[in-house]
Write a protein that binds this ligand. Sequence first.
Ligand code: KG4
Ligand code: ZN
Length: 348
Amino acid sequence: MAIVLAIESSCDETAVAIVNNRQVCSSIIASQISVHQEYGGVVPEVASRQHLQTINGAITQAMEQAKLDWGQIDGIAATCAPGLVGALLVGLTAAKTLAIIYKKPFLGVHHLEGHIYATYLSEPSLEPPFLSLLVSGGHTSLIYVKDCGTYEALGETRDDAAGEAFDKVARLLKLGYPGGPIIDKLAQEGDPQAFALPEGKVSLPSGGYHPYDGSFSGLKTAVLRLVQQLEKDGGQVPVADVAASFQQTVARSLTKRAIACALDYGLNTIAVGGGVAANSGLRTILQAAAAKHNLRVLFPPMKFCTDNAAMIACAAADHLSRGHTSPITLGVESRLALTQVMKLYQSA
Ligand code: KG4
Ligand code: ZN
């Protein structure tokens, strides 16, 4: 059993949470979205400065909400990779400082391991092995979860991540940032059959298609060409129909590969994580396909799909209970494969 306070600052949310293993004691998420909206995307230097302004207040609030004192905290953690270097540094430095002051074990956490652990917050009885479908703004992967810290990458996107595709398509439809939730809402009013779009299969040199890898950049270009053609034809672009057709194509493409992967590897649970796990189209299509194959699909609650610190604290608590801690000299890394996560720890 471990009570852990964790900080997440890898992108545009300043988040602090405390968990007791898989139970959330407090979770504070200060979103910077409104600050970045005027630029149409996240500006790294602005993100770092916002984290600096917000972090101390968020730590105080997390402690107050949990009604705990520092003596009751067993470990202090922060996301250390992957992410925006300046943004990560703010959270990591704060966590290290607290660990030194209060003489607590310190842990760096891989952001994507956090997204996997988000499922445990609502499904505390879930245990590996299972398949994780990670769909965030920066990553799209199929991961065989074997144990805490032991992951095998089975499939990935060859270019844009799923969330990135949502954000780019929203930008070209002039809908604003972040694109995922806006397209999701608009798609409810549109016809998903209105336009046929390519699902982004990846050809193999030996013929046929890769069963688990996908691509979203061709889909994004297809939407661009479609919009240009519709504008050239002089009519009004049916934005809701384009959004619905795009969303359905992404959801189908992710669903086909996740189901094939789970069946091939004999894994009967698919746990979805990352911001795109909030998408209503993906939820509906994946649930329906999984039910046909007697597979179980788990989605975290909406507030734990997008970036938060509870998922980071949950991952850290598991590592800590296994005696894993990080050296206080640990740095941040903008890129780090999930399969390398044990590089962050030393065993007691
Ligand atoms: O996991 P996350 O909060 O941050 C990263 O680790 O990247 O994911 C953010 C991404 C953004 O691209 C956002 O547009 C997308 O998740 N997203 C969604 C939805 N909510 C957030 N995409 C589709 N549908 C949604 N409802
Ligand atoms: Zn994330």
